[in-house]
Design a protein around this ligand. Structure first.
Ligand SMILES: Cc1cc2nc3c(=O)[nH]c(=O)nc-3n(C[C@H](O)[C@H](O)[C@H](O)COP(=O)(O)O)c2cc1C
Length: 359
């Protein structure tokens, strides 16, 4: 099995299965001399973890343990190895249904390709792997902060409900919309009662990025974003700027015109989403990621068993699942954007190792 490494210079290799001993990763390419704020890293991890309202209440206590690459609270430039032990999971609800193909999940393709599947927690298909990305994203953020680059992600849509982003509104489900947050919660409560799930759209903005990130031709900034975002489980779409709606504009309407802002090049609009020719323009980079409805639902579903007999799949009522995985996708989208942005800064040689004078 390949495909567990992401990045060119700032690289994450992740490992682990959700019902194994631990999840973990190795980060390469982290600049040296960066102050490691462990409380900040842990907080990022807590944002992804289940256990809050309206996301899966599984009791996973995600505690970050850094094994290498940090000395006296600073990065050394060496590979950073970390683990998060898996705790509080119960594999038994999955035993009764292990002979059934789960619609919408990875079991069929894994069995066809590898001949073996960890039915307890889906092995490498488990989205618990995304915690490794959140750790690598938070480490990257420690560097991005010094550049003043800010990355924010938020819910843009849950099922049929659109959400507007309000900067100063706080929400435990990342729906920063003072008017619609309660509607979203009521919609999700109802879905839980119906034993069903829904999809959602996560929005993300990268602000204050420098001009010049992105490499022609295969490593265009938006191409790497799309690749990173579509590597998150359950994602079905990526768009930047006006995205698919770009087709509805005339050229005269779509083009972002240049203007002189205090002696510097500015733009009168941002339909393109912050890139031209695959290279960042210095405008806000603004993109969306679509998530499908959670596949593991408690509603009975027709399926096949492994001998191809017709059967009905009903999840154990005690098994807990998210009604909308887009909610927990919000910190993951941010983490991927953080990793990609730092990777491009490193490719541009904009980040230097910190030098400490030897006495
Ligand atoms: C943060 C996060 C949490 C997820 N939790 C669940 C879950 O509880 N149940 C589920 O069926 N799928 C969940 N998924 C999605 C599955 O991992 C994914 O649908 C599955 O691996 C099949 O891959 P695919 O949908 O990309 O084809 C989650 C995804 C993310 C990003």
């Amino acid at each position: 099995m390949s495909g567990s490494t992401f990045g060119k210079i700032y690289k994450l290799t992740s490992f682990g299965e959700s019902h194994g001993l631990a999840m973990g990763g190795i980060i390469e390419g982290m600049p040296s001399g960066v102050f490691v704020d462990e409380a900040f890293l842990q907080k990022a991890l807590d944002q992804r973890a289940p256990g809050r309202s309206l996301v899966s209440p599984r009791k996973e206590k995600d505690t970050l343990k850094i094994l290498s690459g940090v000395f006296e609270n600073k990065t050394t430039g060496a590979p950073i190895a970390f683990i998060v032990e898996n705790q509080g999971f119960d594999s038994t609800p999955y035993d009764a249904i292990k002979h059934l193909l789960k619609p919408g999940h990875a079991q069929y393709t894994y069995l066809e390709k590898y001949g073996i599947y960890d039915h307890r927690g889906s092995g490498r298909a488990s989205a618990r792997e995304t915690l490794c990305r959140v750790v690598a994203g938070a480490f990257a953020n420690l560097v991005l902060k010094d550049f003043g680059i800010q990355i924010e992600s938020f819910l843009k849509k849950v099922g049929p409900i659109d959400c507007q982003y309000e900067k100063d509104f706080s929400s435990d489900i990342f729906c920063f919309d003072s008017i619609n947050e309660s509607k979203v919660k009521a919609f999700l409560e109802n879905l839980i009662k119906e034993n069903d799930s829904c999809g959602g759209i996560v929005g993300c903005k990268i602000s204050n990025s420098p001009v010049g990130l992105g490499e022609p031709v295969f490593d265009r900034f938006e191409a790497r974003l799309a690749y990173g975002m579509l590597s998150i489980p359950a994602t079905k779409g990526f768009s930047i700027g006006e995205g698919f709606s770009s087709t509805l504009f005339k050229g005269s309407e779509f083009n972002d015109h240049f203007c002189n802002i205090e002696g510097k090049v500015g733009f009168t609009s941002n339909h393109a989403g912050g890139t031209l020719g695959g290279i960042t323009t210095g405008q806000e980079i603004d993109f969306e990621v679509a998530f499908k409805p959670t596949s593991s639902i408690k509603k009975a579903q027709e399926t096949l068993d492994l001998e191809l007999n017709s059967s009905v799949l009903t999840f154990d009522p005690s098994a807990k699942h998210d009604p909308c995985v887009a909610i927990r996708g919000v910190p993951v989208v941010k983490a991927m954007a953080e990793m990609i942005t730092l990777d491009f800064l490193l490719l541009n040689k904009l980040v230097k190792h910190s030098h400490v004078a030897c006495n």
